[in-house]
Design a protein around this ligand. Structure first.
Ligand code: NAD
Length: 339
């Protein structure tokens, strides 16, 4: 079976999901949408993607820019089996009416509330729960990173309690209008919403999170303190557990990747998927075990970590693979994610 996929909203996440879908053998990209012409709309057409007009967008504006369009979003939906909604936060909720009218399955992103979907999704965490579902939400970038790590730790040593401080990037690189450009801004919701969001994947996990926003655009960094139920034999066992799990990249000390600037430089040098880092990033010398106490850092490339998850969510909904590991392997091979 080949699943026909539409991507509604062609921004930071949508353009990456479109490329990822187009790279899969069991999926075909029927089109993407933009509300107005810009350089991204131009790139979509240059890549051979059919471009549809979203929201209040006007065909005359696209015509004036010389950018060919193939119709409107409702017309795009008629050609698809599933739509990946990658519109800005809370717009997905509005778009749901279109999807109901078109009687089409839909995937939403982490900017939408969990209640929008029948299941929240993380490939390593709870792949089977989305089998056959019509509405699925791929959790946010931070929740994806925490959920991937939870899948490693809960299955091996069990988690008694987990505290994570999320050091959040202020904006994506292209978002020149956001800040702060100087300052460290506490998030005064205590604990932050990320813990309950992880519990949409791992309902029984005891996790509490706090967050601060810092002036960087590259990545988020999580500072984790986990009390495990049983003590790992040592830090090296934890390093190996993350190394042998797909969708993690663990840097060794000799690589001198001192922080997020070097992680993103590594991604550019590796030059796959543009300059994306779809793995959760750990540092070998940033993992410490003291009995049942585990401390580790994880860096999250917010622009791309959810991209393979969207592909796996489609596979889960349409039962295209027998299990999570098979889907992850297919996705990762197509996207060049690996060890
Ligand atoms: P974005 O602003 O970069 O892109 C959204 C795109 O949707 C834009 O091109 C916009 O023009 C378009 N759009 C606006 N109104 C629309 C409508 N009515 N219909 C269709 N398209 C419309 O946003 P983003 O960062 O890609 O975020 C998309 C979703 O992904 C949000 O839910 C967000 O919370 C989530 N998310 C974002 C990140 C991140 O760091 N950027 C990470 C994980 C998840």
């Amino acid at each position: 079976m080949t699943v026909r996929v539409a991507v509604n909203g062609y921004g930071t996440i949508g353009k990456r999901v479109a490329d990822a879908v187009a790279a899969q053998q069991d999926m075909v990209l029927v089109g993407v949408s933009k509300t107005r012409p810009n350089y991204e709309a131009d790139r979509a057409v240059a890549k051979g993607y059919k471009l549809f007009i979203a929201g209040e967008g006007k065909k005359s504006e696209f015509d004036a820019a010389g950018i060919a369009t193939a119709g409107t979003v409702p017309e795009m939906l008629q050609q698809a089996d599933v739509v990946v909604d990658a519109a800005p936060e809370k717009i997905g909720r509005e778009n749901l009416k279109l999807y109901d009218a078109a009687n089409i399955r839909a995937i939403f992103q982490g900017g939408e509330k969990a209640a929008i979907a029948e299941a929240s999704f993380n490939a390593l965490g709870n792949y089977p729960r989305s089998k056959g579902k019509r509405r699925v939400r791929v959790v946010s970038c931070n929740t994806t990173g925490l959920s991937r790590a939870a899948s490693v730790l809960t299955s091996r040593w069990g988690v008694e309690s987990w505290e994570a401080t999320i050091v959040r990037r202020a904006a994506d690189p292209a978002e020149s209008g956001r800040g702060p450009i100087n300052g460290i801004m506490p998030t005064f919701t205590l604990p932050s919403h990320h813990g309950p969001d992880v519990q949409t994947i791992f309902p029984d996990l005891s996790i509490a999170t706090t967050a601060v926003v810092v002036p960087t655009t590259l990545m988020h960094v999580h500072v984790n303190h986990v009390r495990l139920k049983t003590a790992p034999p040592g830090a090296q066992a934890v390093v190996e557990a993350f190394r042998e799990t797909p969708r993690f990249h663990v840097f060794s000390a000799w690589e001198h990747v001192d922080g997020t600037p070097q992680v993103m430089e590594f991604a550019k040098d590796r030059a796959r998927g543009g300059s994306d880092m779809m793995e959760g990033v750990l540092w070998e010398n940033g993992i410490r075990v003291d009995g049942r106490e585990l401390y580790f850092f994880q860096a999250i490339h917010q622009e791309s970590i959810v991209v393979p998850e969207n592909v796996d969510a489609i596979r889960a909904m349409f039962d295209l693979a027998p299990d999570a590991r098979t889907s992850i392997a297919i996705t990762d091979r197509a996207l060049g994610i690996g060890h």
